[in-house]
Design a protein around this ligand. Structure first.
Ligand SMILES: *Cc1c(COP(=O)(O)O)cnc(C)c1O
Length: 463
């Protein structure tokens, strides 16, 4: 399988080159040259597979030209062997019609582990194969950094530096990042906001000489490996509902959405042949994507701080991939739309294109209080504690799923990660032992100012 850019100006490249390229060299995003189409027979054969067996089959479709099957199997087994549940991503019944797909049983208790455990092992594999060191540089508002660090801690051939805004991530997130005592991990706590951290990273990556000299690699969700890794659990959840005799008809998925990575993986699974009824796109009050689906206008609004900070995003970095498919894989059209977005700060679509968007997704934006209501209500009536991100998905499903439909809500974080919000409704939870233990560990981080020069000096010392 080759990979091409949504803007059409990159010659087709193999999977490993696509992983290393991250953002396409023409400014677009990499996508598979064509999507595999799964037959009914294939789906039936996959029905009985374990999570890791299924991941191996799905990954093979996209990666077999670049990675021998035995190597891929080892990568998959190593990546999902760190999950606490044998099922890796178990499905729980909340009530008839609503199931939760728990994606948070990896090392950092958030769904990003599903992709980043794999990407960490993959980078390590590439480093060994190419006999070259890989330096990962990233910025985080919390979950990605913790998950990326867990993905590569202690691994040979890789060093990772993560910038986070000092004092502006949740306590658990800070501890997850900074209590890792490993020589290949550097945490820089920047005096500033997440936007400052992201700007610094962007500017350092734009310094092409620096980037090539130090083999800088990215871990953000524009990396195609992350998207592909996330398609697996859509299939897996569907098969578990078939096991329980509830997926005779197509099922809905409800996905709490920020950068459009997770739900885009569901969209790909559907395009490959997974029988999906509705893909429900749930946002919090930062609702650019819900406005796009419902009104056809893609335009950043005013930033709102919410109970689901991992979805506090105004410009969704994977959105361009969807535009590519929306317009029949017409790269020139995508390039024109993105140029228009850069110039005008908005994209507006109407007519037939908007009708297609509304056939692909149903969208709902969840207000802060409604998010807390869902946590409180589900806890009281079903005895199940949702985290605030998952609660957005559950709320959207309650509004958009029709009577008699079955919805799987993707649960993207363990509630313990967002205790500050859950306490607002008087709910007390006990932390899992792994999180409790973080509070007694020493922290390793360096507080730095927000100048590029200072960060660069730290990096040079570290690399
Ligand atoms: C990153 C994240 C999301 C959003 O996922 P996207 O792929 O950016 O849409 C939702 N919930 C949690 C807990 C996350 O960490």
């Amino acid at each position: 399988m080759k990979y091409i850019s949504t803007r059409g100006q990159v010659a087709p490249i193999g999977f490993i080159d696509a992983v290393l390229m991250g953002l396409a060299d023409d400014g677009g995003l990499l996508v598979p040259e064509r999507l595999p189409q799964l037959s009914q027979d294939t789906l039936q054969q996959w029905q009985k597979l374990s999570y890791t067996e299924l991941a191996l089959e799905v990954f093979s479709l996209f990666m077999k030209a670049d990675i021998p099957r035995e190597d891929l199997k080892k990568l998959v087994d190593d990546s999902y062997g760190t999950f606490r549940e044998e099922d890796v991503t178990p499905v729980r019944r909340i009530h008839d019609g609503l199931y939760v797909l728990e994606l948070f049983h990896g090392p950092t208790f958030a769904f990003k582990d599903v992709a980043l455990q794999f990407l960490g092992n993959l980078y390590s594999y590439i480093s060994r194969r190419n006999n070259s060191i890989i330096h990962i540089l990233g910025a985080t508002s919390g979950d990605t950094g913790a998950s990326a660090i867990e993905g590569v801690r202690g691994k040979e051939g890789i060093r990772i530096c993560i910038l986070h805004p000092h004092g502006k991530v949740s306590k658990v997130q800070e501890l997850q990042m900074t209590t890792v005592d490993s020589a290949n991990v550097l945490n820089l706590a920047v005096e500033g906001t997440f936007d400052d951290c992201q700007r610094i990273i962007k500017e350092l990556f734009a310094d092409v000489e620096f980037k090539h000299q130090y083999h800088l690699r990215a871990i953000n969700s524009i990396n195609i490996a992350r998207i592909l890794a996330q398609t697996v659990y859509y299939f897996y959840a569907y098969f578990r509902l078939v096991d329980q005799g509830v997926a005779g008809d197509k099922i809905n998925f409800s996905v709490p959405t920020g950068n459009f990575g997770d739900i885009f993986a569901g969209y790909l699974a559907q395009k490959m042949g997974l029988p999906v009824n509705k893909l429900i796109l749930a946002t919090n009050e930062n609702n650019i994507l819900a406005r796009f689906v419902n009104e056809g206008v893609y335009q950043p609004g005013e930033f709102r701080g919410t109970h689901s900070p991992s979805m506090d995003i105004q410009v969704a970095s994977n959105f361009e991939r969807y535009l590519f498919y929306l317009y029949g894989e017409d790269a020139a059209k995508v390039a024109a739309l993105m140029a228009q977005f850069k110039a005008d700060g908005r994209i507006a679509i109407e007519g037939e294109a908007l009708a297609r968007v509304q056939a692909d997704f149903a969208a709902y934006s969840v207000e802060n209080e409604a998010c807390l209501d869902a946590i409180e209500g589900t806890h009281k009536h079903q005895g199940y504690l949702l985290d605030p991100h998952t609660a957005c998905g559950v709320t959207a499903a309650a509004h958009l799923a029709a009577a008699g439909e079955v919805t799987v809500a993707l649960s993207t974080a363990h509630p313990a990660k967002f205790d500050e919000s859950i306490r607002l409704r008087g709910i007390r939870q006990t932390y899992p032992a792994q999180i409790e233990a973080l509070f007694n560990k020493p922290q390793f981080q360096k507080v730095v100012g927000g100048s590029n020069e200072e960060i660069k000096a730290e990096l040079l010392r570290f690399f």
